[in-house]
Design a protein around this ligand. Structure first.
Ligand code: AHM
Ligand code: MG
Length: 338
């Protein structure tokens, strides 16, 4: 029996990364630590959901016109609060808030990063005990340090992300984050209350068996998307199949499975949502960054997701992401060259 197995906590890991990169200031490590802390607090409430009066609707709509759940608000407040009081973040943007929040105090104005969040993604799954997640994205400011952050700091294309990640509140709670150096996954060890490195250097398999899409919308998708979905259903052993359809309705959970096991996630444009449903800044770009660093591909169906120049904080987009070979096949269907 191995009794001295050394597990590395999230803090130890980020500090180790600093040692390997002596010019780093430690601000990103501190930011990730803050995010980890907020995630742990959200995790406690997610686990208590059902026991306390935190399920259900808060009785309001968010800026997207969607019903807000109480846990959404709780999660939003945790992330905003922790980052506001931390020393590494100049401001945040969130799915739950109309506009960006600039912290504008001496310490925050000197911080070089801003953060974007979907505090609790997969809201429709909150009440029914199905995995949900938090998604985050970190950019280096383009505005002058020492002054308050500006909207331009947030509206950068995804390719400029310094780090991106998600927390999945599932059968266990995990934080997965990517920097340009790689993607690493940390599982929350409830006994010590720490995220510990469980999935070092995650690579997305070049191919897989899973395709994740809302089949209920099938007849609302454009023809080339429908053709590709039909192709997924036709796959046999001879050409890499058969495929399995898996769709949780929490993007974090669907992306996480496909990242680890290989697969493709799609949220195409639909007739009543011609621009797609998912949000560029705090849903698609962070997931696209993680998938790309892990060796996969992510697009909006027409161009690389990370190169889209954002125009608004809550902008929506069609989104396709996953294993390299599966995405290449999808792209040939979208271009009509299959
Ligand atoms: P949310 O931000 O309101 O939770 O919506 C985002 C979610 C994604 O996690 C998921 O992939 C998708 O919406 C599910 O939508 P649908 O039920 O239309 O398939
Ligand atoms: Mg969301």
């Amino acid at each position: 029996m191995i009794i001295n197995r050394r597990v590395q906590t999230l803090d130890e890991f980020t500090i180790q990364q600093l040692r390997d990169f002596p010019k780093a200031t430690g601000e990103l490590s501190s930011l990730l630590r803050d995010i980890g802390l907020a995630a742990k607090r959200v995790n406690v409430e997610v686990n208590k959901a059902g026991l306390v009066d935190i399920l259900g609707d808060a009785g309001s709509m968010n800026v997207q016109g969607e019903e807000v759940k109480k846990l959404d608000i709780f999660a939003n407040n945790q992330f905003v609060g922790v980052l506001r009081h931390g020393i590494s973040c100049a401001g945040i943007g969130s799915e739950e808030l109309d506009d960006v929040v600039i912290f504008d105090d001496e310490v925050s104005n000197a911080s070089k990063y801003v953060c974007l969040f979907d505090p609790l993604d997969g809201s429709s799954n909150i009440d029914v005990n199905v995995s949900i997640g938090t998604i985050f994205s970190v950019y280096r400011r383009v505005s002058e340090l020492g002054k308050p952050a500006t909207e331009a700091d947030f509206l950068q294309p995804g390719v400029k992300q310094v780090a991106a990640g998600y927390i999945i509140y599932g059968s266990s709670t995990m934080m997965v984050y990517a920097t340009r150096r790689g993607v690493n996954g940390f599982t929350l060890d409830q006994s010590i209350g720490e995220f510990t490195l469980s999935h070092p250097d995650i690579k997305c398999p070049d191919s897989g068996k899973f395709y994740s899409v809302n089949h209920g919308n099938f007849f609302q998708y454009e023809e080339n998307v429908r053709k590709y979905i039909n192709e997924c259903q036709k796959k046999t052993k001879e050409n890499g199949g058969p495929y399995t359809q898996r769709y949780i309705g929490s993007m974090v959970a669907d992306i996480h499975r496909n990242l680890i096991k290989g697969g493709i996630f799609m949220y195409p444009a639909v007739l009543d949502k011609p621009k797609g449903k998912l949000r560029v800044m705090y849903e698609c770009n962070p997931c696209a960054f993680i998938i790309e660093v892990a060796g996969g591909i992510a697009t909006n169906g027409k161009q690389r997701m990370l190169e889209v120049q954002p125009t608004g904080l809550h902008q929506r987009t069609p989104f396709f992401a996953g294993s390299k070979l599966m995405m290449e096949e999808l792209e040939s269907f979208l271009k009509g060259t299959e």
